[in-house]
Design a protein around this ligand. Sequence first.
Ligand code: SF4
Ligand code: SF4
Length: 241
Amino acid sequence: MEDHLYPIPPDGKFRFACSPEAACFNECCRDLNQFLYPYDILRLKKRLDLSSSEFLQRYTTQHIGPESGLPMVTLKTTHAPGRICPFVTPKGCRVYPDRPASCRTYPLVRAISRNRATGNVSEHFMLLKEPHCFGFDASKSQTAQQWMDDQQIEIYNHFNDQMLEIIRLKNQLRPGPLDRKSRQLFYMALYDLDRFRTRIFENTLLEQIAMDPQKLTDAGTDDTALLEVAMQWVKQVLFQS
Ligand code: SF4
Ligand code: SF4
């Protein structure tokens, strides 16, 4: 059986359940090619008690997006055959409360579209049926929204949608490859958050934009506030929106 994608209407239900008792338990944590978004990294490095630089060095590989020309980050798999996630154990995911957005969304695929006139975002969902996953045999059914709510994914989508907006801005305002310095700044601001924090409080990175002083104070100790600052900085300084 091949992988298949099925669109799910807004109120349509799909049958699916996952549990450690499933015969396919952990099968979805191998054969990975997993992109990490900035908020995924924020949560994982915190869970593992690492700095962002340590996390990136130990667990990730950097690439340049072929279409966007922007730095992208993927999770390094283990050296064992099968491209296995470094966080999977016989008992399941050892970073489960902070697992990445794509692990939470699975078996759904989420796409968004933005209304040009109003800027409003609408969500669309598809169901990804892969032959190794037996979760579709379950009797439990739910809507896409119920699934997303159960997975506590709202905060991830908040930041991931901003990331897509940054990519859109970049493609619109600076099409083609970025220069080396802009690539390094983009990578540091969005992925290597602890280093970005040090830089903004030590030197002049923020001189070029007006930033809410309260946001900046919060960013001194709160990673989520820092990522808001970083995204605003990337949009305004690198892509001048
Ligand atoms: S393969 Fe599907 S049912 Fe099995 S553990 Fe993974 S998500 Fe759950
Ligand atoms: S992070 Fe957890 S859920 Fe996601 S692939 Fe790795 S072990 Fe599986």
